[in-house]
Design a protein around this ligand. Structure first.
Ligand code: 8YV
Length: 318
């Protein structure tokens, strides 16, 4: 009989079809979130543990990494890794893997869903019908805005940003982007200034990485440049947008609409957004399809198995 490798799982991956179950079948799992005292559990159970499973939600900070003297690999479920201290991990020679590519299409699809829902007031229309108001009051909901043929600005032209941009071509849109640096391998127009991109765009879609480097990148100035008919969409990370400035701009009529899958203090959503017909609000479901969550789970498990079999994860974070 072969003994199972012991791993630490930082949190429950309940949003995945069968990750918890498959991990438990294959490994001797220490379920960290069930331990009454995390520090004590790491000190008592951590010795000899070489692999940790986590997600962007639960992260892996330097304290966790340094509490595990034998750690060699952190395998995360999800593409974002701003809550994993990659620097601390690499300094200790610990590999970090995420699950890129497999979620790109679904996140890009959701960005488009939000763009159209925001422009065409789909949430408001749905609430109107469900409230039984159709036919009982004069008229209908206010007019929306056309989507096809408009100007699409992408904040962060990485894998997901590019997938959003590609879909824009099918909607006859002009597409421009803002990155820290211009990309030589794409034909979309580049704006070195995010404010200039916002001033040009009808739709500004946030698809950049999270973390301190992009915190409040979309600030009051950017939102006001987008303007009273402009639509901001965020499928990346909440803190990239200054949420207080967003609320203020919407309330002052300086921004047209916010269509958001992510928020600055999830799962808290500002009351002003909840009450606003100028906002479309989703509970961080960019990757939440059966197919994509399954693929993320498979890739996370493949990374973990590859580490134990070969010593190397398959999709390392640089
Ligand atoms: C997950 C995500 O829901 O991949 C990501 O970075 O934001 C989502 O796909 C998230 O990782 C869960 O923690």
């Amino acid at each position: 009989m072969t003994t199972k490798h012991r791993i630490i799982q930082v949190g429950s991956l309940a949003g995945s079809p069968s990750a918890n179950q498959r991990l438990a079948e294959r490994y001797d799992v220490i379920e960290l979130w069930k331990q009454p005292d995390r520090k004590t559990a790491l000190a008592e159970l951590g010795k000899g543990v070489t692999a940790v499973v986590t997600s962007a939600n639960f992260g892996a900070n330097a304290e966790l990494i340094n509490a595990l003297p034998d750690l060699k690999a952190i395998c995360s479920w999800g593409v974002g890794y701003e809550t994993i201290d990659v620097q601390a991990a690499h300094a200790r020679g610990v590999q970090v893997s995420n699950t890129p590519d497999v979620l790109t299409d679904c996140v890009a699809d959701l960005a488009w869903g939000l763009m159209i829902a925001g422009a065409r007031r789909m949430g408001q229309g749905e609430r109107f019908v469900r409230a039984g108001q159709w036919g009982q009051v004069h008229g209908s909901i206010p007019l929306g805005q056309r989507v096809s043929g408009k100007k699409l600005g992408i904040v962060g032209l990485g894998r997901i940003g590019e997938a959003i941009a590609r879909r824009g071509i099918g909607f006859d849109m002009q597409v421009r982007y803002h990155n820290r640096r211009k990309r030589d391998d794409v034909d979309y127009g580049y704006e070195a200034s995010l404010t200039d991109l916002a001033a040009w765009a009808d739709f500004l879609v946030v698809a950049t990485v999270g973390g301190p480097a992009t915190r409040h990148l979309v600030n009051r100035e950017v939102l006001e440049a987008l303007g009273p008919r402009g639509i901001i969409v965020n499928i990346a990370r909440g803190p990239v947008i200054d949420e207080a400035a967003l609320v203020a701009a919407l309330e002052a009529g300086k921004l047209g609409c916010a269509a958001l899958d992510v928020f600055e203090h999830e799962p808290k959503v500002p009351e002003a957004l909840i009450k606003s017909d100028q906002a479309v609000l989703l509970p961080h479901i960019g990757s939440a399809t059966l197919e994509t969550r399954q693929a993320m789970e498979d890739l996370m498990l493949e990374n973990l198995a590859a580490y134990f079999d070969t010593g190397r994860v398959i999709t390392p974070v640089d």
